[in-house]
Design a protein around this ligand. Structure first.
Ligand SMILES: Cc1ncc(COP(=O)(O)O)c(C=O)c1O
Length: 456
């Protein structure tokens, strides 16, 4: 399907050139949306993105979540410029900024006693998992269906929900993200379904003696913001404690976004180790993992220590951005504004969905909400990835493609939430309502036509 109602000659030319230089013509495979839909950006400001052909979009994708204040926020950019002008970009040595940023994190997240930096969410998860294995002396890592923890071999196994039949008792088959991932990398990985306490108890019964950690996104930022229940989070905490396993909460998407203290503040349940990235730096590449001091102190260079480091770790660009972003989030009403704006946007969208008779549920917090079109009036908010399969994600994707054509940028997949930043407070809600109304009307009409054609 083509999203662009208008021709995109500059994009077409850039993509043709890019195809000669990069596989799929993009620097990251997820950026390729087909030759007719792949986006090339000219500029970014606030909550707006302008593509190379001059079309402007209000952006709810926000680079998969890092933008929490807005693109090119002067409060952050000036702090970075200041740091690299007056200190430099990196030296391979320490500066006082390391501890300053950690003090800020600690002031927002009481579970952090010690922390280390990383350059991406993937690296933060790798560091946390290695530290958990080092501390416990155990091998197994338990993950939840629909969670995503980055692109390294062990975390690149996922349930094949697309080809799974919900009728019956069988679990979705676990498959690698692609070739090149050794079968051996899943040797110590166990996968359970979210909010299924029986499955949780069963995995501890089977292999509890060797479970180093459970890694979970309590609000699944990679699965339509489907969230763990309070009872499930408590059960996770209790089971980990009872069996000497660690709880790693992956707050790469939720950290400093869903609340100042992240998902753990919302649940009041705290991890042994936490991973952060994205909103921590408003778009600058900074990440971290940390938690209990006794666990983190397993990182040392002596015999029996966990190794952690990296050339670009705690560079000045990352830390200056983190210090400025965390200070704004701590000291201003930015997050309150983001939540109010997100709630208002959901109200507008809900009105449009109801007008068209589309059963729907919103999942997750107002700063990062998922939209699920239901197939039945009595259907609840999805409780796990398997429930998501029962939603009308095809209609959502058709709706999303039409929104994009009309100037609203988002991922055309209902597993990716709508991200709200402070700058979205400037969005004209009447405009949003009109665009959403037109887009949904067109998506429904197209779906009806294709049903009629397949019936004929
Ligand atoms: C929860 C979670 N963990 C880890 C990652 C990996 O982060 P990165 O893409 O920065 O490596 C992501 C990325 O979206 C994520 O959402």
């Amino acid at each position: 399907m083509t999203t662009a109602d208008t021709p995109k000659p500059k994009r077409d030319a850039l993509l043709a050139t890019a195809h000669t230089h990069m596989p799929m013509g993009v620097a990251d495979s997820y950026r390729y949306w087909g030759d007719d839909n792949t986006v090339f950006v000219e500029s970014l400001k606030g909550c707006r993105l302008t593509d190379v052909d001059g079309q402007e979009f209000v952006d709810f994708r926000l680079a998969y979540g890092p933008i929490i204040l807005g693109y090119r926020d002067a409060r952050i950019d000036n702090a970075v410029i200041d740091a690299i002008t007056n200190i430099g970009t990196m030296s391979g040595f320490s500066t006082g900024l390391d501890a300053e940023v950690i003090e800020l994190v600690k002031s927002l997240c009481p579970q952090i006693e010690k922390m280390r930096f990383a350059n991406s969410g993937t690296e933060a998860v790798l560091g946390a998992v290695r530290t958990a294995r080092g501390f416990t002396g155990r091998n197994k890592i338990v993950v939840v269906e629909g969670g995503f923890h980055g692109l390294y071999d062990e975390m690149m196994w996922k349930p094949d929900v697309d080809n799974w039949q919900p009728q019956g008792d069988s679990a979705p088959e676990i498959k690698a993200f692609g070739i090149g991932i050794p079968e051996a990398s899943r040797e110590h990985l166990e996968t359970i379904s979210l909010n299924d306490e029986a499955a949780l108890i069963d995995v501890f019964k089977r292999v509890g003696h060797d479970i180093a950690a459970i890694v979970i996104e309590p609000i699944m930022g990679n699965c339509g913001s489907i969230a763990a229940s309070q009872a499930y989070m408590q059960a996770l905490r209790d089971q980990c404690d009872a069996h000497g396993a660690l709880l790693i909460i992956d707050e790469v998407k939720t950290g400093f976004r869903v609340a100042k203290g992240g998902a753990q503040q919302l649940y009041g349940i705290y991890a042994d180790l936490t991973t952060f990235a994205k909103a921590m730096g408003n778009g600058y590449p900074v990440a971290a993992f940390g938690g209990r001091a006794d666990v983190m102190n397993t990182i040392h260079s002596g015999t029996g220590g966990v190794t952690h480091g990296g050339t670009y770790t705690a560079n000045m660009i990352a830390l200056a951005a983190a210090k400025a972003t965390l200070s704004v989030l701590k000291d201003t009403d930015a997050l309150a504004t983001i939540h109010q704006t997100g709630a208002a946007i959901q109200q507008v969208l809900s009105r449009v969905f109801s007008k068209h008779g589309i059963e729907h549920k919103f999942a997750g917090p107002d700063s990062m909400f998922g939209i699920h079109f239901n197939t039945r009036a009595d259907q609840d908010v999805p409780h796990n990835y398997r429930d998501w399969k029962q939603t009308n994600s095809e209609l959502y994707t058709a709706f999303a493609h039409r929104l994009i054509a009309k100037g609203i940028m988002l991922e055309p997949d209902s597993r990716e939430p709508w991200f709200i930043c402070e700058a979205h407070q400037s969005v004209d809600l009447a405009w949003l309502e009109q665009v959403a109304d037109e887009a949904l009307g067109e998506a429904i009409a197209a779906q009806n036509t294709s049903t009629e054609n397949s019936d004929a």
